[in-house]
Design a protein around this ligand. Structure first.
Ligand SMILES: *[C@@H]1O[C@H](CO)[C@@H](O)[C@H](O)[C@H]1NC(C)=O
Length: 295
């Protein structure tokens, strides 16, 4: 189901034998973006998630009783995920809206995080990204968004292929985690990951390090999602999918940032980055090896 109409003919043929004809017909007709229920289910507090526009969008609610969350029905091994999100407007200090991929394994966790940290009215939202590979995280970076993410929908995406992981905001890369296995740096590639999102209260750490508390008199808080798009190798799914070099997300245009994307990435890092674990000497007296690579 999660194959899009952009799936390559070779894959369609392969899955014809693997998955049977009915599934293939469904896949071909399955134009993206999908509705919420096609690919996702509620994982936390049904009463706080409302479908909008025939399921093409959803509203997440946070109040003093509960936050809420949802997850993809499948896990994927490599792929490209994106959604449009409109964050909580006004005074959102102490709230966190998260969009992430996670292997959902306790011991050896792989995880790719987008966390949107709210702020007082007029103060910039921060986006924190983190990468867990083979159970180790602690690779936080933060950028302050250069627009008001609560005024309108913006596209947030994660590309995950054999070459790198790229977090993008409206096609502007804000974080690249390269496959540096050759230098002994772990890279997530063995475990499929699901796609998750939550809206929750985190005023013990999120805004100005926990100094700014949630103003519950402004509750309920609302965030909106739409245009869910997953292209990847579902697990379980067609065998060998994850190592097929013909997958869209493995293509030549996705193996490294092109000149335009590199320029934008540098612009973000020079003008909007507010924290980088790579340069945090207190935490890391010895610079982690993946940081030695430049950008
Ligand atoms: C919130 O606003 C303050 C003041 O502009 C800024 O220092 C901080 O980086 C912003 N984000 C968070 C998550 O505190």
């Amino acid at each position: 189901m999660t194959y899009s109409s952009r799936m390559f003919p070779e894959n369609i043929l392969a899955s014809l034998f693997v998955a049977g004809f009915v599934t293939v017909l469904l896949s071909v007709a399955d134009a993206r973006p999908a509705t919420f229920l096609q690919d996702f289910r509620t994982t936390w507090s049904d009463s706080h998630i409302k479908q909008l526009d025939g399921g093409k969008g959803i509203q997440l609610l946070l109040d003093q009783n509960s936050g809420c969350g949802f997850a993809s029905k499948s896990k994927y091994l490599f792929g490209r995920v994106s959604m449009k999100i409109k964050l909580i407007p006004g005074d959102s200090a102490g709230t966190v809206t998260a969009f992430y991929m996670n292997s959902d394994t306790d011991q050896v966790r792989d995880e790719l995080d987008f966390e949107f940290l709210g702020n007082r009215t007029g103060q910039p939202y921060s986006v924190q990204t983190n990468v867990y590979a083979h159970g180790k995280g602690d690779r936080e970076q933060r950028v302050n968004l250069w627009f008001d993410p609560a005024a309108d929908f913006h596209t947030y995406s994660i590309l995950w292929n054999h070459h790198h992981v790229v977090f993008s905001v409206d096609e502007v890369p804000i974080r690249v985690y390269k496959n540096n296995e050759a230098k002994g740096v772990p890279f997530p590639k063995f475990q499929p990951m699901g796609i998750f999102s939550t809206l929750w209260e985190a005023d013990d750490w999120a805004t100005r390090g926990g100094l700014e508390k949630i103003d519950w008199s402004k509750a309920p808080f609302y965030a909106y999602y739409k245009d869910f798009d997953i292209e990847g190798c579902p697990k379980p799914g067609p065998s060998g999918c994850e190592s097929n070099p013909k997958n869209l997300w493995e293509g030549s245009g996705y193996q490294q940032l092109d000149a335009m994307a590199s320029r934008r990435y540098r612009w973000v890092r020079m003008n909007h980055m507010v924290y980088d674990y790579c340069t945090d000497k207190q935490r890391y007296p010895v610079t982690p090896p993946e940081c030695m690579d430049g950008i």
